[in-house]
Design a protein around this ligand. Structure first.
Ligand SMILES: [Zn+2]
Length: 199
């Protein structure tokens, strides 16, 4: 029993099914159903129609490169009938079918896993980008307020230090007007109080 593939969608055509079209250059096109025949008559490209095997293979959705495909090649060499050879071939076909289906399933699973990884990366990127929408506006408010208070306290301390420096400078006895000017300038810098004490 010969099972030819559909010209358009590449599924098997069982005997008594489908339709056959012979072009005037005697090339035979077999179709599994009227859907495929109609698509062919509309001159659709099977590689651009998403439900065909040709599309799936061109878009990397099916296993295409595998040594198991070598067995199915058409060979135009006449073979003399040999019962033993015939039986061996049938057994080999069965084994190869199992191996190929296993490899195809593995390929699909790998593809799906890769797709899941990419999806996860995209989701993480999206969340990181729109973090302001995810986070509550109140979240971390207490910590922020505490930090602000601490900053203001530090500023107050700095201000009081400066006032103290100014009072110290005023208390000092000033012999000359020129020297007092110099001292005032020095008070502005951090090392000023020590220098004043030395003088
Ligand atoms: Zn078909």
């Amino acid at each position: 029993m010969r099972l030819d593939p559909c010209y358009f969608c590449s599924t098997k055509i069982f005997p008594g099914h489908g339709i056959q079209f012979v072009r005037n250059d005697s090339k035979i096109f077999k179709f599994c159903r009227s859907k495929c025949h109609r698509a062919f008559k509309k001159k659709k490209n099977p590689r651009k129609v998403s439900w065909t095997l040709a599309y799936r293979k061109t878009n990397g959705k099916e296993l295409t490169v595998d040594p198991s495909f070598e067995f199915e090649k058409k060979r135009n060499i006449p073979v003399k009938y040999d019962r033993e050879f015939w039986m061996k071939s049938l057994e080999a076909i069965r084994k190869i079918d199992i191996i190929r289906s296993r490899r195809a399933n593995h390929f699909v699973m790998q593809r799906l896993r890769r797709a899941r990884e990419i999806e996860m990366q995209q989701e993480v990127r999206e969340v990181q980008r729109d973090m302001s929408l995810v986070r509550l506006p109140v979240a971390g408010l207490r910590a922020r307020l505490a930090a602000k208070e601490r900053e203001s306290q530090v500023e107050e301390i700095h201000d009081s230090d400066e006032e103290m420096e100014v009072t110290n400078a005023e208390e000092m006895e000033v012999p000359n007007a020129e020297e007092s000017d110099i001292e005032e300038e020095m008070n502005e810098s951090d090392e000023a109080p020590e220098l004043v004490e030395v003088l």
